[in-house]
Structures are given as C-alpha cells and as structure tokens.
Design a protein around this ligand. Structure first.
Ligand SMILES: Nc1ncnc2c1ncn2[C@@H]1O[C@H](COP(=O)(O)OP(=O)(O)OP(=O)(O)O)[C@@H](O)[C@H]1O
Ligand SMILES: [Mg+2]
Length: 231
C-alpha cells in the first residue's frame, strides 16, 4: 500500500534544523494495522500527514500503490487522497453548524449518494460508535469524545481503503474507547489498511505492528507476535 524510501521532513527555524521525521525505508502492506507510538514531538503526526498526502517531505519518495504521491500535481494528489484515504485529525474539524448526522453525510453527499441512503448510512455508522441518541446534536452540544467519534464516522463513511487516525481514542472514556477500538478492529477485519497514532498502550496492542518513534526516527518495531507476548 505504502512504500517509503529515504524520506525526511526537516524544518528550519532561525538557522536551526529540526528533523521532524526521517527513515531510510518503510513498507506498509495492504490490509495491515499499524500503531505509531512515541512521546510528544517524536514525529507521529508528521509521518501520518506525509502518508496522507498532506505534507510534502523535504526529501525522499513515498509510493501509494506504486504512485509517487508527491510527484503528482496538487490536484491529482487531492483526487488520489479523496478516493483512497480517510483521515481523522488530531483536532476534529467538524462543521460547527451541522448536526452529527449531517457531518457524517458530507462525504456521502459529495460521492453522489441519494439523501435517504446518506441518512441511513450515517445513522448506522454513528450507531456503531455509540451515538444513536446524538444524531441531531451539533458539535458544540457534544462532548469532546463524542465529537471525536463523529469525526471517525465521517472519515469512514465512504469506505476508503486506507484509514489514518491521529489519536482517535484520546478524549474517550473506557466505554467509548472500546466502541472505537472494536470499530477499527472491524474495519481491519474487512481489509482496510489502518495507521493509528496513539499514546494508549492497550490501544496500540490491537495493531499487528507497532512502530515506536523518538526524535523523528523509528527506534523500535514490534510485530503482532511480540505484541501479544508482551501483553
Ligand atoms: N511547522 C513546523 N515548524 C517547525 N517545526 C515543526 C513544525 N511542525 C512540527 N514541527 C516539529 O516537528 C517535531 C514532530 O512534530 P509532530 O507534530 O510530528 O509530533 P507528534 O509526535 O505528533 O507529537 P504529539 O504527540 O504532541 O502530537 C516536533 O519537534 C515539532 O516541534
Ligand atoms: Mg501529533
């Protein structure tokens, strides 16, 4: 799905360079569930944004299904992103004057789904995430954790083959957390490629592979077998 070669994102501030993320190579095969873990500032959001086609690297190449993402025109990259990638941002970016249901309907509307189906599918997704009784609330009438789940529902509404999520369980109580983690397991079971940033060790253990980042580098990799042995 993703193939990264000799990639780096380097910021320069007042003559000083900060390596936000750097790796000689990284492959993420289709259908893999990957967790990115590591302290604040270690480069997790940077890597996720580069994978999502939203942040061009300073050097190196990233292939999405064999297509070099950052050698496309911005319009072509946006098109590829639109059909392939669902992104859950660290800040949720919900439309404030639309209800939860309407926010989740947006991608379905943009894909040309009829109104009745938009409502049914959006309501079903929100139901899976434990929000059946909050369909008609606006973001300001929802808790942070509820907004986060609406954002997740909106991201997956169009069935993108790749889901990139930045701290999707960050604001959640234990029950909602379980809803979201089960939901991601379910998407993984249905063949989606998932990369999730998390500070939560038990959430990271759901993944098949954990990449630990520090100071912009991958310092350790745990595969599913080791993850379950460590549990
Ligand atoms: N626009 C920018 N200009 C300069 N430095 C930046 C910029 N964006 C990020 N950085 C630096 O790059 C490094 C990696 O940032 P990143 O946002 O990827 O961290 P993170 O692992 O997602 O952290 P957190 O867990 O706090 O979200 C940090 O040291 C940060 O200060
Ligand atoms: Mg981050």
């Amino acid at each position: 799905m993703f193939r990264i070669q000799d990639l780096a994102k380097i910021y320069t501030r007042r003559g000083q360079q900060v390596v936000a993320f750097e790796t000689p190579s990284l492959d993420i095969p289709p259908g893999q569930y990957v967790a990115l873990v590591g302290p604040s500032g270690s480069g997790k959001t940077t890597l996720l944004s580069i994978l999502g086609g939203m942040l061009s690297p300073t050097r190196g190449q990233i292939l999405l299904d064999g297509v070099s993402l950052y050698e496309q025109t911005p319009a072509e990259r946006a098109r590829l992103r639109g059909i392939t990638i669902g992104f859950v941002f660290q800040a949720f970016n919900l439309v404030p004057y639309l209800t939860a249901l309407e926010n989740v309907q947006i991608p379905l509307y943009l894909a040309g789904v009829n109104k009745q189906k938009q409502r049914e599918q959006a309501a079903e997704l929100l139901g899976h995430l434990g929000l059946a009784d909050r369909l008609h609330h606006k973001p300001c009438e929802l808790s942070a954790g509820q907004q986060q789940r609406v954002a997740l529902a909106r991201t997956v509404a169009n069935n993108p083959p790749v889901i990139l999520a930045d701290e999707p369980t960050g604001n959640l109580d234990p029950d909602s957390r379980t809803h979201v983690l089960n939901f991601l397991d379910d998407l993984h079971g249905r063949g989606r490629t998932i990369v999730v940033v998390t500070h939560d060790p038990s959430a990271a253990q759901r993944a098949q592979r954990q990449l630990k980042l520090r100071d912009g580098a991958i310092i350790e990799e745990l595969t599913a077998a080791k993850v379950s042995r460590a549990a």
